[in-house]
Ligand binder design. Structure first.
Ligand code: ADP
Length: 226
């Protein structure tokens, strides 16, 4: 489904951020990508979203080279990949419901579908009672759950979660990982980056380890070994 073929990325005038990175990810996999700060994790995710172009090599999504897509096709690709970030990225002036509705409107969904789907996804992340709360009225863990609900509402094939628990305490971290696992069990591919050793060790899922832009390990049921 996703294939990185000897991807090298050299930002202007600097040492390579990624060097000949190759791996593939099958549909419905749950893959964690670990590595120290600067190892190349974010660069790798940006390439999958066609936000950065490889200097050499290619990134394929369902056999299509994502860096050869026209703008319209890039937007279509991005709609198939839901994203979740450490800093939540919710719109402060909109309620939980409105934040998610906004993502549905942007992809052309009808009012009827919005009215029916938004409560369902908020229920899935355990926030049925917070529909009308604004982000500043939610805890960090709750904000991240809204962000996850927003990421899945348009039923993407893949969820990219870039350090989703970076700002959360252990209890909330567990909750977010539990939700990501649940989404994965429902059939969505999940790609997670994290620094959290406990999360990786408890997941028991595949782990790709990056060091200075190179894949140094790719373990089926991995542990955090950095
Ligand atoms: P990680 O997400 O693992 O912390 P990054 O992919 O952000 O790693 O960064 C990998 C390397 O590429 C780092 O050395 C970083 O400084 C460099 N880098 C990232 N983005 C840019 C950019 N836009 N311009 C120049 N260098 C960059």
């Amino acid at each position: 489904m996703i294939y990185f073929d000897k991807v090298t990325k050299i930002y202007k005038d600097s040492t390579p951020a990624l060097t000949e990175v190759s791996f593939s990810i099958e549909p419905k996999e749950f893959v964690s990508i670990v590595g120290h700060s600067g190892a190349g994790k974010t660069t790798l995710l940006k390439m999958l979203l066609a936000e950065e172009t490889p200097t050499n090599g290619a990134v394929f999504f369902e056999s299509v080279d994502v860096n050869n897509l026209r703008r319209g096709a890039v937007n279509k690709l991005r709609r198939r990949i839901g994203t979740v970030f450490q800093d939540y990225r919710l719109i402060p002036s909109k309620t939980a419901f409105e934040n998610i509705a906004f993502a549905m409107e942007a992809s052309g969904k009808s009012d009827a579908q919005i009215q029916s789907d938004v409560p369902q996804v908020l229920d899935l992340v355990g926030l049925s009672d917070k529909l009308w709360n604004f982000p500043h009225e939610l805890s960090g863990g709750e904000k991240q759950r809204v962000a996850i609900a927003r990421a899945i509402v348009n039923q993407p094939d893949v969820i990219i979660a870039d350090e989703p628990t970076g700002n959360l305490d252990p209890a909330n971290t567990q909750e977010i990982i539990y939700i990501l696992k649940k989404i994965n069990d429902m059939g969505t591919t999940v790609i997670l980056t994290t620094h959290n050793k406990g999360v990786i060790d408890s997941l028991g899922k595949r782990v790709i380890t990056l060091e200075k832009g190179k894949v140094i390990r790719d373990d089926k049921s991995g542990k955090y070994v950095l």
